[in-house]
Design a protein. Structure first.
Length: 311
């Protein structure tokens, strides 16, 4: 079908988006058939380089996966990743590839210029986590264990989980049944509803990945929300920490062990009390929006595509 469309319309450029990796493989086949077609391979997560969360049977397909991903990297005119960790990984695993890799951050939702007043005053303080969980990379246990311990110090807290909850994740929630009254599962939201949901929170909580080359997809929205953020890091080279470097309302909390230390819990308690009700000024949010809003990200991709016409 892709070959037929190219023959009919003679497109100047092709953009393939992975995952799923099939899109890149179609792009490679089309590039082979039409060598003059400029091909931009946009990669959210590497396909063959995920030992913590393999995407197929590694015993059967590990070598084939790597050959396929390297072929894409060597064939595409430009490859785009979301963070420097992914670019470094590609350079290390596939040294000498001839193509330049660009880093373009994830796009935010369409945020209003000014935030609303937020949720109405209640006796509870609301913490919001936005994102899914993935075996090996980001599981709910460190987040819920941290929240359980923090409740001892601040019993008025309420945790809201927004994101798809896969069946493989649900059994791991059983050991936290005692938190049911304080944890609300909202499920996956349409992207257009994310800003309003974040605006209802007093604080945002992020659980970092256990990999150093994957950036959570809601990272841009965490910036634009303007709310105080507690980032629970599972590794030292946390990509979310790097992405939000310079955020004035950000607390980094390592959760490398099963239970957070009393010292870290006290840091969280102090942060909550000192930052309740605070948010970034609108002028700072506008500056961030200039870099992460849909029009800004579109311009960055447009510049890469226009470079095809300059060759």
């Amino acid at each position: 079908k892709a070959r037929s469309l190219q023959q009919r319309h003679a497109f100047d450029a092709l953009v393939s988006v992975s995952l799923p990796f099939t899109a890149h493989w179609i792009g490679r086949k089309l590039k082979g058939k039409f060598p003059g077609l400029f091909w931009l391979a946009d990669t959210g997560d590497p396909f063959a380089l995920q030992p913590l969360h393999p995407l197929n049977n590694q015993a059967l397909y590990r070598r084939r996966n790597r050959r396929a991903e390297e072929a894409v990297l060597r064939t595409a005119d430009r490859t785009v990743v979301t963070n420097e960790g992914a670019r470094r990984l590609y350079d290390e695993v596939f040294p000498g590839h001839p193509r330049e890799i660009a880093v373009i951050p994830p796009m935010s939702s369409q945020w209003p210029v000014e935030l609303n007043a937020g949720r109405s005053a209640t006796s509870s303080w609301h913490l919001g986590y936005f994102g899914s969980f993935f075996p090996g990379v980001r599981m709910p246990a460190p987040l819920l264990e941290w929240f359980r311990e923090l409740l001892r110090l601040e019993p008025q807290l309420q945790l809201h989980l927004y994101g798809e909850l896969f069946e493989s994740i649900r059994p791991s929630l059983g050991e936290f049944a005692d938190l049911q009254a304080r944890v609300t599962l909202h499920g996956l939201l349409p992207r257009s509803e994310v800003p309003a949901a974040m605006d209802q929170m007093d604080f945002l909580v992020n659980l970092g990945n256990r990999s150093d080359f994957q950036l959570p997809s809601k990272s841009a929205d965490y910036w634009l929300a303007g709310k105080p953020i507690i980032n629970l890091t599972q590794i030292e080279s946390d990509t979310f920490s790097q992405f939000l470097a310079g955020h004035p309302l950000l607390l980094q909390v390592p959760v490398l062990e099963k239970q957070p230390s009393e010292k870290e819990l006290q840091r969280c308690r102090t942060f909550l009390r000192e930052h309740f009700g605070r948010r970034l000024p609108d002028d700072q949010r506008r500056m961030i929006a200039e870099r992460l809003s849909p029009p800004s990200i579109a311009r960055q991709y447009g510049q890469l595509l226009l470079s095809a016409q300059e060759k």
